[in-house]
Design a protein around this ligand. Structure first.
Ligand SMILES: C[S@@+](CC[C@H](N)C(=O)[O-])C[C@H]1O[C@@H](n2cnc3c(N)ncnc32)[C@H](O)[C@@H]1O
Ligand SMILES: Nc1nc2[nH]cc(C(=O)O)c2c(=O)[nH]1
Ligand code: SF4
Ligand SMILES: [Mg+2]
Length: 216
């Protein structure tokens, strides 16, 4: 849990509270949050211990939605946008948390791979970053793509764009959905390909802006 600026997608620039949920079975080889993959009771610690740490760690804490809101207040967070990410947040039923946050005046966003059913408040902005043919053998669900407000695809080569094209054919309509390409790991060739393709398709470029300026 931390407060920073949303660095990716159409909401780039918005001050946000990030909640990073533990556990992910998808297995992207280039994942920049591998410390969130393992769910193991032996890794559970206190919220205070996790918040006090500055470096990435596999340790995590277990709280309910009311306790999480109390932690936001205790930390003195002022952002009113909450990004729920992971790990794979849609392994969990996010309806109670997103409903509570909206009822308390926050806006919410979920960052998901689309491999689990998206269970959240209808007001939540859902970013699906499809993961195709990854090691964990998970499939992207059409229901997740249908729910998406934004489809933000990580790419490094033309093959990844071709795979996205096949996936987008399964979506009933792209009206009102933002399609973004996000270069994997700031690679120069990936960025060049993303720029070229975004211009030719009228899609959005999503850079991981937080990495360029060295913030969380
Ligand atoms: C770490 S994931 C967590 C949420 C969810 N599991 C997912 O994949 O959407 C958050 C975002 O970071 C992106 N991402 C992860 N590693 C990346 C990398 N090396 N380069 C670019 N984007 C990356 C994912 O595609 C996703 O959009
Ligand atoms: N600043 C910042 N913006 C982000 N947008 C999505 C992120 C994620 O890891 O889900 C992320 C992140 O880790 N940091
Ligand atoms: S789905 Fe998301 S958290 Fe899971 S391995 Fe891929 S990028 Fe990482
Ligand atoms: Mg990140």
């Amino acid at each position: 849990m931390f407060e920073t600026i949303q660095g990716e997608g159409a909401h780039t620039g918005i001050p946000s509270i990030f909640v990073r949920l533990q556990g992910c079975p998808v297995g992207c080889p280039w994942c920049d949050t591998k410390h969130t993959w393992t769910l193991d009771d032996a890794l559970v610690t206190t919220a205070q211990a996790v918040i006090a740490k500055n470096e990435e760690s596999e340790h995590y804490f277990d709280v309910n939605e009311n306790e999480l809101l109390a932690l936001f207040a205790a930390q003195g967070y002022v952002a009113k946008h909450v990004v729920i990410t992971g790990g794979e947040p849609c392994m969990y039923d996010l309806i109670p948390l997103t409903e509570l946050l909206h009822n308390r005046g926050y806006t919410t966003q979920i960052e998901t791979s689309g491999t689990f059913e998206v269970r959240c408040d209808p007001r939540t902005y859902v970013t699906v970053s499809p993961k195709i043919n990854m090691k964990g053998g998970m499939e992207v669900l059409v229901s997740a793509l249908e729910r998406a407000n934004e489809i933000k695809h990580p790419i490094a080569m033309q093959k990844h764009i071709d795979e996205l094209d096949i996936l987008l054919e399964k979506v009933s309509s792209l009206d009102g959905k933002q399609v973004c390409l996000q270069p994997i790991s700031q690679q120069a060739r990936a960025t060049e390909l993303a720029v070229k393709t975004c211009i030719s398709r009228n899609w959005r470029l999503s850079l991981q802006t937080h990495k360029y300026i060295g913030i969380e």
